[in-house]
Ligand binder design. Structure first.
Ligand code: TXA
Ligand code: MG
Length: 473
């Protein structure tokens, strides 16, 4: 498939616009340029710059080239590859083909690098950058740095206008992910709990692909993620009062509500059940993506079925590789354990999976006991014994026996890891299990925390990881 690209203006976009420069000492990167470009790792990056100072005799072509090289080199040192720098040396009066907004350079990139211009972006601080985007069918992102403020009035209406390169790259990631979802693609994205493997919840074929990639049986339902609580009525019917109270109190946040589904929810999402799981995540990138996309995103955790949930974009890439169309990188997840699932389909709400919102908090909100009812007959894949399992065998023992058990196993020639109290913090647990696997541990020893507050969710995941590996795999 042809690659999407980002065409970046140089002066006023990546570096301060200080007029025509010949001296590298005057190159001043915006403070967020590097981070912003790192986020665009899945795009082919190009610099497209008009250097009319060359035709005007203010700088030489070599001097302009020297600055370009310096910029490319500086970015390369930060691990960012610029595929090519396209530099127009003319003045507008020369009537050349290559001056922006003429589409000359993007067309060369299309030809030489196999770029899909319709899925590409142009970032710049001049109306000619926006115009260039239009001429090649790409999306223009206008930054207010450089000349951006000065020329803002000349910009055609309904343009994407952002403060600078940082916001520009966030907008590109969001827009790219949303258009992939719209086209039936599968996109991994960060939430505050764990990374999700998302598809348009109303697109049956796309949701089916999620099951296939994850290797999950189709009778295990997916959670539908929505942008705000008001959207609940699109996806659910006969909402019980308790659902509305919990949504008001904990959304956006790590809570999933199981409620009667509306006719809008395709059967593939719920495994044919009459109920649907709904959640408004609080991660800013997840919320921004949901708003831009506009619909519901059906998403399980972005790991292969039965394995440990991913809490970084790197985990997802390692687990799923090219099977997923795109991974939105939002850093490490704050909560680190999956959402709490509350079943509201009977008049006795119950907790199907302990998670980021505690049982105590739920009971305090509803004013009555909400048991942890993990034996409910609704299908919850998190209830399978083998779920959340690393490769290594997990052995649970009281804290004061861990060292002794470790020695016994080591004497038998096994590689052993003991999880420390820090490893057992909710936000570290899954990463610690993965690290032990990476380090070649055959056994992971841990002492499960007390079953209150978030400790209940940690203990639950550890017990599942330690359970006998039976047929379910
Ligand atoms: O924190 C989370 O909940 C993460 C992030 C991505 O939102 N998602 C997640 O999804 O953990 P998943 O699919 O790995 O776990 C969701 C659980 C499954 O055990 C599923 O069976 C259960 O929710 N579930 C979904 N819909 C349900 C329904 N209608 N009835 C009962 N259980 C349901
Ligand atoms: Mg500029």
């Amino acid at each position: 498939m042809k690659k999407p690209a980002v065409f970046l203006d140089r002066d006023g976009t990546l570096i301060e616009d200080v007029g025509f420069i010949r001296d590298v000492a005057r190159v001043e990167f915006y403070p967020d340029t590097i981070e912003a470009l790192r986020r665009l790792r899945d795009f082919a990056l190009f610099i497209v710059t008009n250097q009319s100072g060359i035709a005007k005799g203010l700088i030489s072509a070599d001097e302009a080239h020297g600055i370009n090289q310096f910029v490319v080199q500086h970015l390369a040192e930060a691990g960012i590859t610029i595929q090519a720098v396209y530099c127009c040396p003319h003045e507008r009066a020369d009537g050349c083909e290559c001056i922006k907004p003429n589409p000359y350079f993007p067309r060369i990139a299309e030809r030489d690098f196999g770029i899909d211009l319709t899925r590409s972006y142009v970032v710049g601080d001049h109306p000619s950058d926006a115009e260039l985007a239009d001429r090649v069918g790409a999306k223009g992102i206008y930054v207010l740095t450089g000349h951006g403020l000065k020329h803002r009035e000349e910009l055609p209406a309904d343009r994407t206008i952002v403060a600078g390169i940082e916001e520009a790259s966030a907008a590109i990631v969001r827009s790219h992910a949303a258009s992939l979802l719209n086209a039936g693609g599968v996109v991994a994205f960060p939430t505050e709990t764990v990374y999700g493997l998302g598809a348009d919840a109303s697109n049956e074929a796309a949701v089916r692909r999620v099951f296939r990639i994850k290797g999950r049986p189709e009778n295990h339902p997916l959670i539908v993620h929505i942008a705000d609580a008001d959207m609940m009525t699109e996806w659910a019917v006969d909402l019980p009062n308790a659902a509305i109270r919990l949504a008001e109190r904990f959304w956006p946040g790590p809570l999933t509500l199981i409620v009667p589904k509306s006719s809008r929810v395709p059967d593939i999402v719920t495994g044919g059940q009459a109920s649907v799981g709904l959640r408004v995540p609080s991660h800013p990138l997840a919320l921004a993506l949901l708003k831009e996309f506009g619909g519901g995103i059906a998403a399980p955790s972005a790991n292969r079925f039965g394995l440990v949930s991913p809490t970084t974009a790197e985990h997802v890439r390692r687990d799923l590789g090219d099977d997923v169309d795109y991974v939105v990188d939002g850093g490490a997840c704050d909560v680190g354990l999956e959402s709490t699932i509350v079943d509201l389909t009977s008049d006795r709400p119950g907790i199907l999976r302990p998670g980021g919102v505690t049982q105590e908090e739920i009971e305090a909100t509803l004013g009555y006991k909400v048991p942890v009812a993990m034996t409910s007959d609704v299908r919850v894949s998190g209830q399978l014994k083998t779920h959340y399992a690393p490769r290594a065998a997990v052995v649970l023992a009281p804290q004061n026996e861990l060292e002794q058990r470790a020695r016994e196993l080591q004497t038998m020639g096994h590689e052993v890891r003991i999880l420390s109290p820090t490893d057992l913090e909710p936000q570290n647990l899954f990463a610690s299990l993965r690290r032990a696997d990476d380090e070649g541990a055959a056994f992971i020893l841990a002492s499960a925390p007390e079953g209150q507050g978030l400790g209940l969710a940690v203990a639950d995941r550890l017990q599942k990881a330690a359970a006998p590996r039976d047929s379910a795999d």
